[in-house]
Design a protein around this ligand. Structure first.
Ligand code: HEC
Length: 187
């Protein structure tokens, strides 16, 4: 047996043992306790503010929601537009391997949703990048409810964002490419 063959066999044996250990430890854990603990830990974390709406405004500000959902916000470092025009969505899309996604008009979205539906959507996190779904999924119910409570009374405003495009469909309007670009060659 050459050293090379020996190494491959040893490596394979290690993988088999590691997999077996993982399977055993997985089986020994009661499946139901893990999510409950994680949920309890998450629920213990939430923003404290004088009102639910203030908590929601704070979360929207620090969560960067305006950067994508409010046209002009990121480019002006938050100087504009005024709060009355926040979260109205954008028709400039983000293109990448997922196709093209458009930041939704959240002012409209929440009008059509009950609080519980908003939470379900955030928990499911089933949407296209670059929407930071993992951030919403990690938020406690209390914080998600505050975001909802803040946006809803702002009322509906603005146009509905364009529908997302599937991969390979060429967008007919301006879009931002979320694809790594190679640096220009130096001659
Ligand atoms: C980097 C850009 C970006 C940021 C930052 C961002 N979003 Fe989004 N968001 C999007 C895009 C793009 C979509 C559309 C996703 C799709 O097509 O599946 C979206 C969709 C959503 C939706 C689904 C609405 C609907 O009607 O379908 C919700 C809710 C949402 N965002 C909430 C938030 C909140 C709350 C924040 C801040 C914590 C936030 N977003 C930050 C880009 C962003």
């Amino acid at each position: 047996m050459t050293t090379h063959t020996y190494n491959i066999r040893a490596h394979a044996a290690f993988i088999v043992i590691a997999c077996a250990l993982a399977a055993i430890s997985g089986c020994s854990k009661p499946a139901a306790t893990a999510p409950t603990e994680a949920q309890a830990a998450r629920e213990a974390l939430h923003v404290a503010a004088t009102s639910q709406i203030d908590a929601g405004r704070y979360l929207v500000k620090i969560g960067g929601c305006n950067d994508c959902h409010t046209p002009g916000f990121a480019m002006t470092n938050g100087a504009s537009p005024a709060e009355a025009d926040w979260l109205t969505g954008d028709s400039v899309g983000f293109s990448g391997p997922w196709g093209v996604s458009y930041p939704a008009n959240l002012r409209q979205s929440v009008q059509n949703m009950e609080e519980e539906q908003f939470l379900e959507m955030a928990r499911a996190g089933k949407g296209r990048p670059p929407m930071p779904w993992p951030s919403l999924m990690a938020m406690s119910d209390k914080d998600l409810k505050s975001i909802y409570a803040y946006i809803k009374p702002l009322g509906p405003k603005g146009e509905t964002a364009p529908a997302a495009l599937s991969p390979g469909v060429e967008p007919d309007r301006p879009h931002i490419r979320f694809i790594p670009q190679m640096p220009a060659r130096k001659s």
